[in-house]
Design a binder for this molecule. Structure first.
Ligand SMILES: CC(=O)N[C@H]1[C@@H](OP(=O)(O)OP(=O)(O)OC[C@H]2O[C@@H](n3ccc(=O)[nH]c3=O)[C@H](O)[C@@H]2O)O[C@H](CO)[C@@H](O)[C@@H]1O[C@H](C)C(=O)N[C@@H](C)C(=O)N[C@H](CCC(=O)O)C(=O)O
Ligand SMILES: Nc1ncnc2c1ncn2[C@@H]1O[C@H](COP(=O)(O)OP(=O)(O)OP(=O)(O)O)[C@@H](O)[C@H]1O
Length: 548
Protein backbone atom coordinates (compact mmCIF):
# COMPACT_ATOMS: atom_id res chain seq x y z
CA UNK A 1 0.00 0.00 0.00
CA UNK A 2 1.07 3.55 -0.54
CA UNK A 3 -0.70 6.46 1.05
CA UNK A 4 0.52 8.75 -1.70
CA UNK A 5 -1.60 7.17 -4.44
CA UNK A 6 -3.85 9.58 -6.27
CA UNK A 7 -7.55 8.94 -5.99
CA UNK A 8 -10.85 10.68 -6.41
CA UNK A 9 -12.88 12.32 -9.10
CA UNK A 10 -12.22 16.03 -8.71
CA UNK A 11 -11.99 18.24 -11.76
CA UNK A 12 -8.50 18.30 -13.27
CA UNK A 13 -6.00 20.30 -11.27
CA UNK A 14 -8.00 20.39 -8.04
CA UNK A 15 -6.38 18.85 -5.04
CA UNK A 16 -5.60 19.62 -1.44
CA UNK A 17 -2.66 21.72 -2.64
CA UNK A 18 -4.58 24.02 -4.93
CA UNK A 19 -7.82 24.49 -3.00
CA UNK A 20 -7.74 27.60 -0.87
CA UNK A 21 -10.40 29.54 1.02
CA UNK A 22 -11.72 32.60 -0.80
CA UNK A 23 -11.19 35.01 2.07
CA UNK A 24 -7.78 34.69 3.80
CA UNK A 25 -6.88 37.07 6.63
CA UNK A 26 -3.64 38.86 5.62
CA UNK A 27 -0.90 38.61 8.22
CA UNK A 28 2.13 40.87 8.75
CA UNK A 29 5.62 39.43 9.06
CA UNK A 30 6.06 40.69 12.62
CA UNK A 31 3.08 38.50 13.59
CA UNK A 32 4.48 35.61 11.54
CA UNK A 33 7.77 35.97 13.45
CA UNK A 34 5.91 36.08 16.77
CA UNK A 35 3.95 32.91 15.97
CA UNK A 36 7.14 31.20 14.80
CA UNK A 37 8.99 32.10 18.00
CA UNK A 38 11.63 33.64 15.78
CA UNK A 39 12.67 36.90 14.24
CA UNK A 40 12.97 38.50 10.85
CA UNK A 41 16.53 37.91 9.61
CA UNK A 42 18.84 40.89 10.15
CA UNK A 43 18.55 43.43 7.37
CA UNK A 44 15.28 42.01 6.02
CA UNK A 45 12.87 44.61 4.68
CA UNK A 46 9.54 44.73 6.58
CA UNK A 47 7.88 42.86 3.70
CA UNK A 48 4.25 42.67 2.64
CA UNK A 49 1.48 40.83 4.41
CA UNK A 50 1.11 37.16 3.58
CA UNK A 51 -2.20 35.72 2.34
CA UNK A 52 -1.32 32.03 2.30
CA UNK A 53 1.27 29.43 3.38
CA UNK A 54 3.04 26.69 1.47
CA UNK A 55 5.79 24.27 2.45
CA UNK A 56 6.30 23.04 -1.09
CA UNK A 57 7.60 25.44 -3.74
CA UNK A 58 5.62 23.52 -6.36
CA UNK A 59 2.37 24.43 -4.61
CA UNK A 60 3.27 28.05 -3.74
CA UNK A 61 0.84 30.77 -4.78
CA UNK A 62 1.06 34.58 -5.06
CA UNK A 63 1.11 36.13 -1.60
CA UNK A 64 2.34 32.98 0.15
CA UNK A 65 4.79 32.57 2.95
CA UNK A 66 7.10 29.77 1.75
CA UNK A 67 8.09 27.56 4.68
CA UNK A 68 11.53 26.24 3.70
CA UNK A 69 11.83 23.19 5.95
CA UNK A 70 14.68 20.77 6.58
CA UNK A 71 13.73 17.50 4.90
CA UNK A 72 14.93 13.92 5.02
CA UNK A 73 16.47 14.31 1.59
CA UNK A 74 17.05 18.00 1.02
CA UNK A 75 16.55 21.40 2.67
CA UNK A 76 13.53 23.32 1.42
CA UNK A 77 15.64 26.50 1.28
CA UNK A 78 17.04 25.15 -1.98
CA UNK A 79 13.64 25.76 -3.55
CA UNK A 80 13.07 29.30 -2.27
CA UNK A 81 13.78 30.80 -5.72
CA UNK A 82 11.13 28.50 -7.25
CA UNK A 83 8.68 29.60 -4.56
CA UNK A 84 9.42 33.23 -5.32
CA UNK A 85 8.82 32.65 -9.05
CA UNK A 86 5.44 31.16 -8.08
CA UNK A 87 4.62 34.37 -6.18
CA UNK A 88 5.78 33.70 -2.60
CA UNK A 89 6.45 37.00 -0.81
CA UNK A 90 8.41 35.81 2.24
CA UNK A 91 10.32 32.81 3.56
CA UNK A 92 10.13 31.07 6.93
CA UNK A 93 13.10 28.84 7.67
CA UNK A 94 15.64 27.68 10.28
CA UNK A 95 19.26 28.71 10.77
CA UNK A 96 20.48 26.11 8.26
CA UNK A 97 18.01 27.44 5.71
CA UNK A 98 19.07 30.98 6.44
CA UNK A 99 22.70 30.04 5.76
CA UNK A 100 21.68 28.42 2.47
CA UNK A 101 19.71 31.50 1.46
CA UNK A 102 22.50 33.93 2.25
CA UNK A 103 24.25 34.98 -0.92
CA UNK A 104 22.39 32.73 -3.35
CA UNK A 105 18.81 33.04 -2.02
CA UNK A 106 16.09 35.10 -3.67
CA UNK A 107 15.53 38.65 -2.55
CA UNK A 108 12.69 37.95 -0.13
CA UNK A 109 12.20 38.82 3.52
CA UNK A 110 13.16 35.85 5.73
CA UNK A 111 11.82 34.89 9.15
CA UNK A 112 14.14 32.56 11.05
CA UNK A 113 12.65 30.18 13.59
CA UNK A 114 14.27 27.50 15.76
CA UNK A 115 11.62 24.99 14.59
CA UNK A 116 9.80 26.28 11.51
CA UNK A 117 7.82 23.06 10.87
CA UNK A 118 6.24 23.44 14.29
CA UNK A 119 5.21 27.03 13.45
CA UNK A 120 3.46 26.34 10.15
CA UNK A 121 0.18 25.15 11.70
CA UNK A 122 -0.28 28.20 13.91
CA UNK A 123 0.50 30.57 11.03
CA UNK A 124 -1.82 28.74 8.63
CA UNK A 125 -4.60 28.71 11.26
CA UNK A 126 -4.34 32.50 11.53
CA UNK A 127 -4.02 33.38 7.87
CA UNK A 128 -6.87 31.09 6.80
CA UNK A 129 -9.05 31.66 9.89
CA UNK A 130 -9.66 27.92 9.97
CA UNK A 131 -11.30 27.64 13.39
CA UNK A 132 -12.73 30.97 14.54
CA UNK A 133 -14.50 30.85 17.90
CA UNK A 134 -17.72 32.39 16.52
CA UNK A 135 -19.64 29.16 16.04
CA UNK A 136 -19.11 29.05 12.25
CA UNK A 137 -16.38 26.36 12.24
CA UNK A 138 -17.59 22.81 11.53
CA UNK A 139 -17.77 20.42 14.47
CA UNK A 140 -14.52 18.55 14.00
CA UNK A 141 -13.83 14.86 14.56
CA UNK A 142 -10.40 13.18 14.47
CA UNK A 143 -9.74 9.45 14.27
CA UNK A 144 -6.34 7.99 15.03
CA UNK A 145 -5.01 4.45 15.54
CA UNK A 146 -3.16 1.88 13.49
CA UNK A 147 -6.21 0.49 11.70
CA UNK A 148 -9.78 1.58 11.13
CA UNK A 149 -9.28 5.32 10.65
CA UNK A 150 -10.70 5.51 7.12
CA UNK A 151 -13.63 3.23 7.85
CA UNK A 152 -14.50 5.07 11.06
CA UNK A 153 -14.42 8.49 9.37
CA UNK A 154 -16.74 7.18 6.62
CA UNK A 155 -19.09 5.78 9.26
CA UNK A 156 -19.00 9.02 11.25
CA UNK A 157 -19.71 11.05 8.15
CA UNK A 158 -22.56 8.85 7.12
CA UNK A 159 -24.19 9.07 10.55
CA UNK A 160 -23.69 12.85 10.66
CA UNK A 161 -25.38 13.16 7.27
CA UNK A 162 -28.26 11.03 8.52
CA UNK A 163 -28.56 13.53 11.38
CA UNK A 164 -28.92 16.38 8.89
CA UNK A 165 -25.34 17.72 8.79
CA UNK A 166 -23.58 18.95 5.69
CA UNK A 167 -20.33 17.03 6.05
CA UNK A 168 -16.65 17.24 5.15
CA UNK A 169 -13.99 14.53 5.14
CA UNK A 170 -10.19 14.44 5.06
CA UNK A 171 -8.49 11.06 4.71
CA UNK A 172 -6.58 8.45 2.76
CA UNK A 173 -9.11 7.88 0.01
CA UNK A 174 -10.44 11.33 -0.72
CA UNK A 175 -11.18 14.78 0.59
CA UNK A 176 -14.75 16.06 0.62
CA UNK A 177 -15.19 19.78 1.12
CA UNK A 178 -18.32 20.28 -0.93
CA UNK A 179 -19.94 18.36 -3.73
CA UNK A 180 -16.89 16.94 -5.50
CA UNK A 181 -14.36 14.38 -4.32
CA UNK A 182 -10.84 15.82 -4.17
CA UNK A 183 -7.88 13.46 -4.67
CA UNK A 184 -5.97 12.65 -1.52
CA UNK A 185 -2.20 12.11 -1.49
CA UNK A 186 -1.69 11.63 2.21
CA UNK A 187 -3.83 10.24 5.04
CA UNK A 188 -3.43 13.61 6.73
CA UNK A 189 -2.39 16.50 4.49
CA UNK A 190 0.35 18.97 5.41
CA UNK A 191 -0.58 21.71 7.92
CA UNK A 192 -1.22 24.49 5.33
CA UNK A 193 -3.65 22.22 3.50
CA UNK A 194 -5.39 21.04 6.66
CA UNK A 195 -6.08 24.64 7.66
CA UNK A 196 -7.03 25.82 4.19
CA UNK A 197 -9.42 22.86 3.81
CA UNK A 198 -11.04 23.55 7.18
CA UNK A 199 -11.50 27.22 6.23
CA UNK A 200 -12.90 26.20 2.84
CA UNK A 201 -15.36 23.85 4.53
CA UNK A 202 -16.53 26.68 6.77
CA UNK A 203 -16.98 28.98 3.75
CA UNK A 204 -18.99 26.26 2.04
CA UNK A 205 -21.40 25.84 4.93
CA UNK A 206 -20.15 22.44 6.08
CA UNK A 207 -21.34 21.87 9.63
CA UNK A 208 -19.38 18.75 10.67
CA UNK A 209 -16.17 17.20 9.38
CA UNK A 210 -14.23 14.03 10.14
CA UNK A 211 -10.57 13.52 9.49
CA UNK A 212 -7.95 10.82 9.85
CA UNK A 213 -4.91 11.75 11.88
CA UNK A 214 -1.93 9.51 11.11
CA UNK A 215 1.08 9.17 13.38
CA UNK A 216 3.11 10.81 10.58
CA UNK A 217 0.77 13.80 10.88
CA UNK A 218 1.45 14.17 14.60
CA UNK A 219 5.19 13.57 14.18
CA UNK A 220 5.47 16.14 11.35
CA UNK A 221 3.18 18.74 13.01
CA UNK A 222 0.55 18.50 10.26
CA UNK A 223 -2.37 19.09 12.62
CA UNK A 224 -0.72 21.70 14.84
CA UNK A 225 -3.06 24.62 15.42
CA UNK A 226 -6.16 22.43 15.02
CA UNK A 227 -8.45 21.75 17.99
CA UNK A 228 -10.89 18.89 17.56
CA UNK A 229 -14.25 18.62 19.23
CA UNK A 230 -13.89 14.85 19.57
CA UNK A 231 -10.86 12.62 18.96
CA UNK A 232 -11.26 8.84 18.66
CA UNK A 233 -8.72 6.06 19.21
CA UNK A 234 -9.24 2.79 17.32
CA UNK A 235 -6.28 0.58 18.31
CA UNK A 236 -2.49 0.38 18.32
CA UNK A 237 -0.65 -2.56 16.77
CA UNK A 238 2.62 -2.95 14.89
CA UNK A 239 3.17 -0.54 12.00
CA UNK A 240 5.41 2.38 11.05
CA UNK A 241 8.30 1.25 13.21
CA UNK A 242 10.59 2.60 10.50
CA UNK A 243 9.47 6.09 11.52
CA UNK A 244 8.90 5.66 15.27
CA UNK A 245 11.57 3.11 16.21
CA UNK A 246 9.53 1.39 18.93
CA UNK A 247 5.91 0.77 19.93
CA UNK A 248 6.49 3.00 22.97
CA UNK A 249 7.44 5.92 20.72
CA UNK A 250 4.58 5.14 18.32
CA UNK A 251 2.15 5.27 21.26
CA UNK A 252 3.67 8.50 22.59
CA UNK A 253 3.12 10.18 19.24
CA UNK A 254 -0.51 9.02 18.98
CA UNK A 255 -1.14 10.05 22.60
CA UNK A 256 -0.40 13.68 21.68
CA UNK A 257 -3.83 13.86 20.10
CA UNK A 258 -5.50 13.26 23.46
CA UNK A 259 -4.38 16.47 25.15
CA UNK A 260 -6.41 19.64 25.85
CA UNK A 261 -4.41 21.59 23.28
CA UNK A 262 -5.68 19.27 20.52
CA UNK A 263 -9.12 18.03 21.55
CA UNK A 264 -12.02 18.81 23.83
CA UNK A 265 -13.30 15.26 24.22
CA UNK A 266 -12.19 11.73 23.43
CA UNK A 267 -13.58 8.27 22.78
CA UNK A 268 -11.13 5.41 23.30
CA UNK A 269 -11.71 1.78 22.35
CA UNK A 270 -10.17 -0.97 24.47
CA UNK A 271 -10.25 -4.36 22.76
CA UNK A 272 -9.81 -6.77 25.68
CA UNK A 273 -7.96 -7.30 28.95
CA UNK A 274 -4.70 -7.82 27.00
CA UNK A 275 -5.00 -4.55 25.12
CA UNK A 276 -2.37 -2.64 27.05
CA UNK A 277 -2.15 0.18 24.50
CA UNK A 278 -5.91 0.77 24.51
CA UNK A 279 -5.94 0.85 28.32
CA UNK A 280 -3.03 3.22 28.39
CA UNK A 281 -4.72 5.46 25.82
CA UNK A 282 -7.86 5.58 27.98
CA UNK A 283 -5.88 6.36 31.14
CA UNK A 284 -3.84 9.00 29.35
CA UNK A 285 -6.94 10.68 27.89
CA UNK A 286 -8.72 10.68 31.26
CA UNK A 287 -5.68 12.19 32.94
CA UNK A 288 -5.21 14.85 30.28
CA UNK A 289 -8.81 15.79 29.49
CA UNK A 290 -10.62 14.85 32.70
CA UNK A 291 -12.68 11.67 33.07
CA UNK A 292 -15.92 13.51 32.28
CA UNK A 293 -14.61 14.39 28.80
CA UNK A 294 -13.61 10.83 27.91
CA UNK A 295 -15.74 7.87 26.88
CA UNK A 296 -13.71 4.70 27.43
CA UNK A 297 -15.29 1.77 25.62
CA UNK A 298 -14.86 -1.90 26.59
CA UNK A 299 -15.28 -3.96 23.44
CA UNK A 300 -15.22 -7.21 25.44
CA UNK A 301 -16.05 -8.01 29.08
CA UNK A 302 -13.14 -7.22 31.36
CA UNK A 303 -11.35 -5.01 28.82
CA UNK A 304 -11.41 -2.18 31.37
CA UNK A 305 -12.17 -2.13 35.09
CA UNK A 306 -14.38 0.97 34.78
CA UNK A 307 -15.67 1.43 31.23
CA UNK A 308 -18.05 4.25 30.35
CA UNK A 309 -19.60 2.19 27.57
CA UNK A 310 -19.67 -1.55 26.97
CA UNK A 311 -20.46 -3.54 23.88
CA UNK A 312 -23.09 -6.25 24.24
CA UNK A 313 -25.32 -8.64 22.31
CA UNK A 314 -23.09 -8.84 19.22
CA UNK A 315 -24.86 -10.96 16.60
CA UNK A 316 -24.39 -11.66 12.90
CA UNK A 317 -26.68 -9.64 10.64
CA UNK A 318 -26.15 -10.74 7.04
CA UNK A 319 -22.41 -10.43 6.40
CA UNK A 320 -22.22 -7.73 9.07
CA UNK A 321 -23.24 -7.47 12.72
CA UNK A 322 -25.74 -5.90 15.09
CA UNK A 323 -24.88 -4.98 18.67
CA UNK A 324 -25.85 -2.84 21.64
CA UNK A 325 -23.83 -0.08 23.30
CA UNK A 326 -24.60 0.34 27.02
CA UNK A 327 -23.54 3.28 29.16
CA UNK A 328 -22.85 2.70 32.85
CA UNK A 329 -25.78 5.08 33.61
CA UNK A 330 -28.20 2.73 31.82
CA UNK A 331 -28.56 4.54 28.48
CA UNK A 332 -28.19 2.31 25.44
CA UNK A 333 -28.10 2.32 21.65
CA UNK A 334 -28.88 -0.45 19.14
CA UNK A 335 -26.40 -0.36 16.28
CA UNK A 336 -25.78 -2.40 13.16
CA UNK A 337 -23.31 -2.40 10.29
CA UNK A 338 -23.46 -4.34 7.04
CA UNK A 339 -19.67 -4.38 6.59
CA UNK A 340 -18.01 -7.76 7.30
CA UNK A 341 -15.39 -8.31 9.98
CA UNK A 342 -15.54 -8.06 13.77
CA UNK A 343 -13.29 -5.02 13.48
CA UNK A 344 -16.13 -3.17 11.78
CA UNK A 345 -18.17 -3.62 14.96
CA UNK A 346 -15.39 -1.69 16.71
CA UNK A 347 -15.27 0.97 13.99
CA UNK A 348 -19.05 1.38 14.07
CA UNK A 349 -19.07 1.66 17.88
CA UNK A 350 -16.38 4.33 17.74
CA UNK A 351 -18.21 6.35 15.08
CA UNK A 352 -21.51 6.28 16.97
CA UNK A 353 -19.93 7.21 20.30
CA UNK A 354 -17.90 10.04 18.76
CA UNK A 355 -21.09 11.54 17.40
CA UNK A 356 -22.75 11.08 20.82
CA UNK A 357 -19.70 12.69 22.50
CA UNK A 358 -20.09 15.73 20.24
CA UNK A 359 -23.42 16.40 21.95
CA UNK A 360 -25.86 14.76 19.53
CA UNK A 361 -29.17 13.79 21.11
CA UNK A 362 -29.25 10.05 21.87
CA UNK A 363 -32.83 9.58 20.61
CA UNK A 364 -32.01 11.37 17.37
CA UNK A 365 -28.95 9.14 16.92
CA UNK A 366 -31.07 6.02 17.53
CA UNK A 367 -33.67 7.21 14.98
CA UNK A 368 -30.98 7.90 12.39
CA UNK A 369 -29.46 4.44 12.98
CA UNK A 370 -32.84 2.73 12.70
CA UNK A 371 -34.20 4.64 9.74
CA UNK A 372 -31.26 5.01 7.36
CA UNK A 373 -28.77 2.24 8.29
CA UNK A 374 -25.89 4.74 7.95
CA UNK A 375 -23.16 2.28 9.00
CA UNK A 376 -23.76 0.09 5.96
CA UNK A 377 -22.17 2.72 3.74
CA UNK A 378 -19.57 1.57 1.16
CA UNK A 379 -15.96 2.24 2.05
CA UNK A 380 -13.82 1.83 -1.10
CA UNK A 381 -11.35 -1.05 -0.85
CA UNK A 382 -12.27 -1.90 2.75
CA UNK A 383 -13.71 -5.45 2.90
CA UNK A 384 -15.13 -4.75 -0.55
CA UNK A 385 -17.04 -7.76 -1.85
CA UNK A 386 -16.20 -8.40 -5.52
CA UNK A 387 -17.71 -11.88 -6.02
CA UNK A 388 -19.67 -14.51 -4.12
CA UNK A 389 -18.72 -17.92 -5.63
CA UNK A 390 -15.95 -17.98 -4.57
CA UNK A 391 -16.29 -15.21 -1.99
CA UNK A 392 -13.86 -12.64 -3.38
CA UNK A 393 -12.85 -9.67 -1.25
CA UNK A 394 -10.45 -6.76 -1.72
CA UNK A 395 -9.21 -5.25 1.53
CA UNK A 396 -6.64 -2.64 2.51
CA UNK A 397 -5.09 -4.79 5.28
CA UNK A 398 -1.37 -3.99 5.07
CA UNK A 399 -0.09 -4.71 8.53
CA UNK A 400 -0.09 -7.84 10.72
CA UNK A 401 -3.16 -7.15 12.83
CA UNK A 402 -5.31 -6.02 9.90
CA UNK A 403 -4.28 -9.06 7.85
CA UNK A 404 -5.14 -11.46 10.68
CA UNK A 405 -8.56 -9.87 11.17
CA UNK A 406 -9.34 -9.69 7.45
CA UNK A 407 -8.47 -13.40 7.10
CA UNK A 408 -10.79 -14.25 9.99
CA UNK A 409 -13.55 -12.19 8.38
CA UNK A 410 -13.42 -14.16 5.10
CA UNK A 411 -13.40 -17.61 6.75
CA UNK A 412 -16.09 -19.67 4.95
CA UNK A 413 -18.96 -20.22 7.42
CA UNK A 414 -19.34 -23.98 7.04
CA UNK A 415 -15.65 -24.57 7.52
CA UNK A 416 -15.35 -26.71 4.40
CA UNK A 417 -14.18 -23.98 2.04
CA UNK A 418 -10.56 -22.87 1.86
CA UNK A 419 -9.08 -19.42 2.38
CA UNK A 420 -6.70 -18.23 -0.36
CA UNK A 421 -4.84 -15.00 0.26
CA UNK A 422 -2.86 -12.78 -2.13
CA UNK A 423 -0.68 -10.05 -0.65
CA UNK A 424 2.79 -8.52 -0.54
CA UNK A 425 4.67 -5.86 1.41
CA UNK A 426 5.65 -2.30 0.57
CA UNK A 427 9.27 -1.59 -0.33
CA UNK A 428 11.34 0.85 1.75
CA UNK A 429 8.93 0.65 4.69
CA UNK A 430 8.96 -1.25 8.01
CA UNK A 431 10.80 -4.45 7.02
CA UNK A 432 10.13 -6.16 10.34
CA UNK A 433 6.49 -6.71 9.47
CA UNK A 434 7.24 -8.73 6.31
CA UNK A 435 7.95 -12.17 7.88
CA UNK A 436 5.30 -11.49 10.54
CA UNK A 437 2.65 -10.99 7.86
CA UNK A 438 3.92 -14.11 6.06
CA UNK A 439 3.50 -16.10 9.26
CA UNK A 440 -0.01 -14.73 9.89
CA UNK A 441 -1.05 -15.62 6.33
CA UNK A 442 0.25 -19.20 6.75
CA UNK A 443 -1.56 -19.57 10.07
CA UNK A 444 -4.93 -18.30 8.85
CA UNK A 445 -5.08 -19.31 5.17
CA UNK A 446 -4.92 -22.59 3.28
CA UNK A 447 -3.12 -21.13 0.28
CA UNK A 448 -0.73 -18.19 0.53
CA UNK A 449 0.14 -16.35 -2.67
CA UNK A 450 2.93 -13.87 -2.01
CA UNK A 451 3.30 -11.10 -4.57
CA UNK A 452 4.27 -7.40 -4.94
CA UNK A 453 2.78 -4.35 -3.26
CA UNK A 454 4.45 -0.97 -3.96
CA UNK A 455 8.15 -1.90 -4.23
CA UNK A 456 9.18 1.77 -4.64
CA UNK A 457 12.96 1.68 -5.26
CA UNK A 458 13.53 -1.68 -3.55
CA UNK A 459 14.17 -4.93 -5.43
CA UNK A 460 10.70 -6.64 -5.50
CA UNK A 461 12.02 -10.23 -5.48
CA UNK A 462 13.83 -9.60 -2.18
CA UNK A 463 10.67 -8.21 -0.55
CA UNK A 464 8.65 -11.23 -1.73
CA UNK A 465 11.27 -13.58 -0.32
CA UNK A 466 11.18 -11.93 3.13
CA UNK A 467 7.40 -12.31 3.27
CA UNK A 468 7.48 -15.88 1.91
CA UNK A 469 10.22 -16.85 4.38
CA UNK A 470 7.88 -15.99 7.27
CA UNK A 471 5.10 -18.05 5.67
CA UNK A 472 7.35 -21.04 5.00
CA UNK A 473 8.80 -21.00 8.52
CA UNK A 474 5.27 -21.06 9.95
CA UNK A 475 4.31 -23.82 7.51
CA UNK A 476 7.31 -25.88 8.61
CA UNK A 477 6.19 -25.39 12.22
CA UNK A 478 2.80 -26.90 11.39
CA UNK A 479 0.74 -23.85 10.41
CA UNK A 480 -2.46 -24.27 8.43
CA UNK A 481 -1.22 -23.37 4.92
CA UNK A 482 -0.95 -26.30 2.54
CA UNK A 483 0.76 -24.17 -0.11
CA UNK A 484 2.96 -21.08 -0.13
CA UNK A 485 3.44 -19.69 -3.63
CA UNK A 486 5.36 -16.68 -4.88
CA UNK A 487 3.80 -15.17 -8.02
CA UNK A 488 4.53 -11.83 -9.71
CA UNK A 489 3.37 -9.52 -11.12
CA UNK A 490 0.40 -8.91 -8.86
CA UNK A 491 -2.25 -9.30 -11.59
CA UNK A 492 -0.87 -12.79 -12.29
CA UNK A 493 -0.99 -13.65 -8.60
CA UNK A 494 -4.66 -12.65 -8.46
CA UNK A 495 -5.37 -14.80 -11.51
CA UNK A 496 -3.50 -17.74 -10.00
CA UNK A 497 -5.53 -17.46 -6.78
CA UNK A 498 -8.84 -17.30 -8.63
CA UNK A 499 -7.87 -20.21 -10.89
CA UNK A 500 -7.32 -22.35 -7.78
CA UNK A 501 -10.51 -21.30 -6.04
CA UNK A 502 -13.62 -23.49 -5.84
CA UNK A 503 -17.10 -21.97 -5.35
CA UNK A 504 -17.12 -22.49 -1.54
CA UNK A 505 -13.64 -20.94 -1.08
CA UNK A 506 -12.75 -17.37 -0.15
CA UNK A 507 -10.15 -15.31 -1.99
CA UNK A 508 -8.78 -12.31 -0.11
CA UNK A 509 -6.64 -9.82 -2.04
CA UNK A 510 -5.07 -7.74 0.70
CA UNK A 511 -2.96 -4.64 1.06
CA UNK A 512 -3.93 -2.14 -1.63
CA UNK A 513 -7.68 -1.66 -1.25
CA UNK A 514 -8.80 1.41 -3.20
CA UNK A 515 -5.43 2.14 -4.78
CA UNK A 516 -5.24 2.43 -8.54
CA UNK A 517 -1.51 2.67 -9.24
CA UNK A 518 1.48 0.61 -8.22
CA UNK A 519 4.76 2.50 -7.86
CA UNK A 520 7.83 0.71 -9.14
CA UNK A 521 11.10 2.67 -9.28
CA UNK A 522 9.38 6.04 -9.45
CA UNK A 523 6.94 5.02 -12.18
CA UNK A 524 3.22 4.66 -11.46
CA UNK A 525 1.71 1.61 -13.17
CA UNK A 526 -2.10 1.38 -13.35
CA UNK A 527 -3.27 -1.45 -11.09
CA UNK A 528 -6.60 -1.79 -9.33
CA UNK A 529 -7.04 -4.99 -7.30
CA UNK A 530 -10.82 -4.73 -7.64
CA UNK A 531 -10.65 -4.62 -11.45
CA UNK A 532 -8.07 -7.42 -11.62
CA UNK A 533 -10.10 -9.61 -9.30
CA UNK A 534 -13.34 -8.89 -11.20
CA UNK A 535 -11.67 -9.72 -14.52
CA UNK A 536 -10.08 -12.91 -13.17
CA UNK A 537 -13.45 -14.04 -11.76
CA UNK A 538 -15.19 -13.30 -15.08
CA UNK A 539 -12.55 -15.27 -17.00
CA UNK A 540 -12.78 -18.19 -14.59
CA UNK A 541 -16.57 -18.15 -14.95
CA UNK A 542 -16.24 -18.07 -18.75
CA UNK A 543 -13.78 -21.00 -18.56
CA UNK A 544 -16.27 -22.99 -16.49
CA UNK A 545 -19.03 -22.37 -19.07
CA UNK A 546 -16.77 -23.44 -21.91
CA UNK A 547 -15.80 -26.63 -20.07
CA UNK A 548 -19.45 -27.70 -19.81
C1 LIG B 1 8.40 10.36 5.36
C2 LIG B 1 7.60 11.61 5.28
O1 LIG B 1 6.51 11.67 5.78
N1 LIG B 1 8.17 12.64 4.61
C3 LIG B 1 7.55 13.95 4.58
C4 LIG B 1 8.67 14.97 4.58
O2 LIG B 1 9.41 14.73 3.42
P1 LIG B 1 10.97 14.88 3.34
O3 LIG B 1 11.54 15.26 4.67
O4 LIG B 1 11.54 13.68 2.68
O5 LIG B 1 11.09 16.10 2.32
P2 LIG B 1 12.24 16.37 1.24
O6 LIG B 1 11.89 15.70 -0.02
O7 LIG B 1 13.58 16.15 1.86
O8 LIG B 1 12.04 17.93 0.96
C5 LIG B 1 12.29 18.93 1.98
C6 LIG B 1 11.32 20.07 1.83
O9 LIG B 1 11.49 20.66 0.53
C7 LIG B 1 10.24 20.85 -0.07
N2 LIG B 1 10.41 20.80 -1.53
C8 LIG B 1 10.94 19.69 -2.13
C9 LIG B 1 11.07 19.66 -3.53
C10 LIG B 1 10.68 20.79 -4.30
O10 LIG B 1 10.77 20.85 -5.53
N3 LIG B 1 10.15 21.85 -3.63
C11 LIG B 1 10.00 21.89 -2.29
O11 LIG B 1 9.50 22.87 -1.73
C12 LIG B 1 9.35 19.73 0.49
O12 LIG B 1 7.97 20.07 0.45
C13 LIG B 1 9.88 19.61 1.93
O13 LIG B 1 9.16 20.47 2.79
O14 LIG B 1 8.14 16.27 4.56
C14 LIG B 1 7.32 16.53 3.42
C15 LIG B 1 6.76 17.95 3.54
O15 LIG B 1 7.57 18.78 4.27
C16 LIG B 1 6.17 15.53 3.37
O16 LIG B 1 5.35 15.80 2.27
C17 LIG B 1 6.73 14.13 3.32
O17 LIG B 1 5.68 13.17 3.29
C18 LIG B 1 5.79 12.26 2.18
C19 LIG B 1 5.11 12.89 0.97
C20 LIG B 1 5.10 10.92 2.48
O18 LIG B 1 4.93 10.12 1.59
N4 LIG B 1 4.71 10.66 3.68
C21 LIG B 1 3.99 9.41 4.02
C22 LIG B 1 4.94 8.31 4.46
C23 LIG B 1 2.99 9.71 5.10
O19 LIG B 1 3.04 10.77 5.72
N5 LIG B 1 2.05 8.80 5.35
C24 LIG B 1 1.03 8.98 6.37
C25 LIG B 1 0.14 7.77 6.53
C26 LIG B 1 0.88 6.53 6.82
C27 LIG B 1 -0.09 5.40 7.09
O20 LIG B 1 -0.91 5.48 8.03
O21 LIG B 1 -0.02 4.39 6.36
C28 LIG B 1 0.05 10.05 5.92
O22 LIG B 1 -0.47 10.78 6.79
O23 LIG B 1 -0.26 10.07 4.73
N1 LIG C 1 -10.70 -1.50 13.84
C1 LIG C 1 -9.88 -2.24 13.13
N2 LIG C 1 -9.00 -3.07 13.72
C2 LIG C 1 -8.14 -3.82 13.02
N3 LIG C 1 -8.12 -3.85 11.67
C3 LIG C 1 -8.98 -3.04 11.01
C4 LIG C 1 -9.90 -2.20 11.71
N4 LIG C 1 -10.64 -1.53 10.78
C5 LIG C 1 -10.19 -1.89 9.59
N5 LIG C 1 -9.20 -2.81 9.72
C6 LIG C 1 -8.38 -3.43 8.66
O1 LIG C 1 -7.43 -2.44 8.29
C7 LIG C 1 -7.57 -2.08 6.90
C8 LIG C 1 -7.49 -0.59 6.76
O2 LIG C 1 -8.67 -0.05 7.28
P1 LIG C 1 -8.88 1.51 7.27
O3 LIG C 1 -8.49 2.03 5.95
O4 LIG C 1 -10.23 1.81 7.77
O5 LIG C 1 -7.78 1.90 8.35
P2 LIG C 1 -6.76 3.10 8.35
O6 LIG C 1 -6.38 3.27 9.79
O7 LIG C 1 -7.37 4.27 7.69
O8 LIG C 1 -5.53 2.61 7.52
P3 LIG C 1 -4.43 3.57 6.79
O9 LIG C 1 -3.95 4.57 7.77
O10 LIG C 1 -3.35 2.64 6.43
O11 LIG C 1 -5.13 4.21 5.67
C9 LIG C 1 -8.94 -2.60 6.50
O12 LIG C 1 -8.93 -2.86 5.14
C10 LIG C 1 -9.10 -3.82 7.40
O13 LIG C 1 -8.41 -4.91 6.89
Amino acid sequence: MDATAQQGTAPQGQDAQTLRPARPRPLGLAEVARLAGGSPAPGAAPGPEITGVSLDSRAARPGDLYAALPGARVHGARFAADARRAGAVAVLTDAEGQALLEGSGPDLPVVVSPDPRRAVGAIAARVYGSQPQDGTAPTLFAVTGTNGKTTTTYFTNSLLRALGHRTGLIGTIEILAGEESIPSRLTTPEAPHVHSLLALMRERGITAASMEVSSHALEFHRVDGVRYDVAGFTNLTQDHLDLHGSMEEYFAVKAQLFTPERTRRAVVLVQDADDAWGRRAAEHARRELGAESVAAVALTPGALPDPDWTLADVARRGVGHSFVLRHRDGRSLRVSTGLPGDFNVANAALAVLMVVASGADLDAVQRALDETDPLTTDVPGRMQLIGTEPTAVVDFAHNPDALRRALAAVEPPEGDGRVIVVFGATGERDRTKRPVMGEIAARHADVVVVTDDDPHDEEPAGIREEVAAGARAAQAAGARAAEVLVVAPRAEAIRAAVAMARPGDSVLVAGRGHETVQEIRGVDHPLDDREELRAALADAQQGRWEDR
